[in-house]
Design a protein around this ligand. Structure first.
Ligand code: ATP
Ligand code: MG
Length: 558
């Protein structure tokens, strides 16, 4: 297992406290085996990251193992592409399952054998009601269910039918295998739940070998048992399934019985953590794919430029509890900012406005030395070119300053150029509809270090890029995908597709100083005063870098 560095200093969460007790009492002979069991029906999202950090983190902490198990029992929705994406994402997050890669489908033969065993013990029967009829006779929270008319079939008849289900003699929906438990149980999960259904579908791993597939609840506990899992960690909605988990293992009298422990799932503001919803966003073209940088998927966060340690730190900070709640998006964003704090900083203009320095000679050019980080000296320094024509940020200029606190450029006002001179806006060239298209400014050539006016103070400092040296770059300004904090649970009849943020991706043609264009693709930098950006490896070309905005400098949502 790969060490993830920071983990050992943190205090125990409630699950780790349970494990300490189990180890003290010798419950599992001191062994700790966990698993992360995604269904390969979509990409992993940041909620899954919480579960990954927990399962792998617990195993690492106790010197145990963690399986990466594909819970692949529903062939209609699962693909090999999803399997590969899940593996890539878990690895990228910093976890290594070694040889412990498994697939529930690896156990189909054994699961089938256990099912025959349940039939032999009189604890499972083939039911010939339709799925709708089964649902209709299940009862409600206040009323018991109605026993199936097929409940008392003999062991021989059940075995015969179940074998013929497997042999492919029946169509989807003709029969199912059900556990025989208690139709009056207050827990609906215990009312003779379905264990197997006929599904004549090709499976991405087992091909056409099977036409019956086991249900999740049946598969999960037995897979845990077969892998020697000791602590089966899952989210709270499975609490009501635990009696069934235990029933299957108890009824089969397995020699090892893993302990299921539930914790609360991650809910995050301004996004949705449900593969079904994320799938809709992809399928209906609201985003470019599962790895769209606006998606809360691990692949999306990676493409945006977020680093895995920021995600792990987030999972660490939110902790593991049993209380449901929704985490503020700003908590994730804070982790992302904190992680990027020590990356280099440089000058880039996202929405350019031309500045001409009227008293600066056409043929002159200077190179100013600028530190790559104000605090991190080890990042060194670079030379920033300067000349008569510059780009500045369009919103660093206003015709009419809104108030006295305004520190940027306006007609007659002065600002200092970062690392450079003080300039004054003398004249504004306007376009047809009155917008500024060029500022004509004069520069105080004595205002840099060593000059007579080096100490002269002006209110504002702005960033800039030399127009002669600057490299044109595509700026992809990503923002939150939804405008509502709870897009998945709107109470007013709107759906999540009604509250998509129209500005979740804004494209701009900007300019960057040569240093930025020369970085390796995949680098992360701070554009001074603007935000953190990622030199996008897939879209960037040497002559035309593409920068994703990972995150703004400050939270501008609250
Ligand atoms: P979704 O609702 O997104 O489809 P799921 O639970 O169906 O999620 P699985 O692939 O079955 O997705 O999940 C694999 C594991 O990840 C499960 O153990 C599940 O409990 C856990 N998990 C899924 N979503 C979250 C979440 N939001 N927070 C914490 N753990 C999660
Ligand atoms: Mg699931």
């Amino acid at each position: 297992m790969t060490g993830t560095g920071t983990d050992n200093a943190r205090p125990d969460n409630f699950i780790e406290q349970i494990i300490h007790k189990d180890n003290a009492s010798g419950k599992f002979a001191g062994r700790v085996v966990t698993r992360f069991p995604p269904e390969p029906n979509g990409y992993l999202h940041i909620g899954h990251a919480k579960s990954i950090c927990l399962n792998f983190g617990v195993a690492e902490r106790f010197g145990g193992h963690c399986f990466l198990r594909m819970d692949d029992t529903n062939p209609l929705k699962e693909t090999a592409e999803y399997v590969a994406a899940i593996q890539r994402d878990v690895r990228w997050l910093g976890f290594d399952w070694g040889e412990r890669e498994s697939h529930a489908s690896d156990y189909f033969e054994q699961l089938y054998g256990f099912a025959e065993e349940l039939i032999h013990r009189g604890c499972a029967f083939v039911c010939s009601l339709s799925l709708d009829e089964i649902r209709a006779t299940r009862g409600t929270l206040t009323e018991a269910g109605t026993p199936s008319p097929y409940r008392d079939r003999s062991v021989e008849e059940n075995l015969d039918l179940f074998r013929r289900m497997r042999a492919g003699e029946f169509a989807d929906g003709d029969h199912v295998l059900r556990a025989k438990i208690d139709m009056a149980s207050p827990n609906i999960n215990m009312r003779d739940p379905v264990l197997y259904r006929v599904r004549r579908a090709h499976h991405q791993r087992t091909g056409n070998a099977w036409c019956i597939y086991p249900m999740y609840d049946y598969t999960h506990c037995l897979s845990d048992y077969l892998e020697g899992v000791t602590h089966s960690l899952c989210t709270l909605e499975f609490e009501d399934h635990r009696p069934l988990y235990d029933w299957v293992l108890d009824t089969l009298a397995t020699p090892h019985h893993p302990q299921q422990i539930e914790f609360s799932r991650l809910n995050l503001e301004y996004t949705v953590l449900s593969k079904r919803v994320l799938n809709t966003l992809v399928a209906d073209g609201h985003v470019e794919g599962w790895d769209d940088p606006r998606m809360p998927t691990v692949a999306g966060l990676r493409r945006r430029g977020v680093r895995p340690q920021a995600i792990r730190e987030f999972c660490h900070r939110i902790g593991i509890t049993r209380s449901d709640g929704t985490v503020e998006m700003s908590a994730l964003e804070r982790c992302i900012r904190d992680d990027l704090e020590a990356v280099p900083r440089a000058l880039a203009v996202v929405e350019p406005l031309k500045v001409v320095l009227t008293n600066y000679p056409e043929d002159r050019e200077e190179w100013f030395t600028a530190p790559n980080h104000p605090q991190v000296e080890a990042l060194g320094a670079r030379e920033v070119p300067f000349c008569r024509e510059l780009w500045i940020e369009r919103d660093d200029f206003m015709f009419e300053p809104p108030n006295k606190k305004y520190k940027r450029l306006s007609p007659g006002a002065e600002v200092r150029l970062r690392y450079g001179y003080i300039i004054r806006c003398d004249e504004v060239v306007t376009g047809n509809d009155g917008e500024a298209v060029e500022l004509r400014c004069s520069v105080d050539l004595e205002s840099r270090a060593g000059g007579a006016n080096a100490e002269r103070k002006v209110k504002g400092v702005i960033h800039w890029v030399s127009a002669r040296h600057g490299v044109g770059a595509e700026m992809r300004l990503y923002d939150r995908l939804f405008t509502e904090s709870n897009p998945g649970g709107l109470k007013d009849g709107r759906r999540f597709t009604d509250v998509l943020n129209p500005d979740s991706l804004v494209l701009r043609e900007g300019f960057v100083e040569p240093y930025l264009a020369g970085l390796d693709v995949g680098s992360r930098v701070q554009f001074e005063r603007t935000g953190w950006f990622y030199l996008e490896p897939e879209r960037s070309r040497p002559e035309r870098p593409v920068f994703n905005r990972i995150i703004t400098l400050r939270d501008n949502w609250s």
